[in-house]
Ligand binder design. Structure first.
Ligand SMILES: [Zn+2]
Length: 123
């Protein structure tokens, strides 16, 4: 379940930052997730809500998620652009995304794989 481990690493990172800055509490956590990172938002929020109760600093924090659209470049037909409805096939190594125009799997990801902490609001 990669949402849980991701939520765990976000929790650890923001609590560490807040402690370094001698914060009394974390009011808000803003994250940036790419469409190709394949994160289930409800699942992530559920995990994060459980984890945030483990820390007094984090227990009342609001969670904001900014979604970055996924863009592909196709090696077959030269399609380049945003993918709204993400068709995907999972291999053992990494998900492969299909070209919406010619359905080729020979695609390169231009953007949308990020799963980062954008910023936090502390008190
Ligand atoms: Zn194509």
């Amino acid at each position: 379940m990669h949402e849980f481990s991701l939520a765990q690493s976000v929790q650890e990172t923001v609590v560490t930052i807040a402690k370094e800055r001698a914060a009394k509490e974390i009011k808000k956590v803003i994250l940036k997730f790419g469409a190709f990172a394949l994160i289930e938002e409800d699942q992530f929020r559920f995990c994060f809500d459980i984890l945030k109760k483990e820390s007094k600093l984090l227990e009342n924090a609001e969670l904001e998620i900014i979604w970055i659209s996924g863009e592909l470049r196709c090696q077959e037909c030269n399609f380049e652009g945003k993918i709204e409805d993400i068709p995907q096939k999972h291999t053992e190594l990494a998900p492969i995304f299909q070209c919406p125009t010619c359905e080729s799997f020979a695609t390169d990801i231009i953007s949308g794989t990020e799963a980062n902490i954008d910023s936090i609001v502390i008190n």
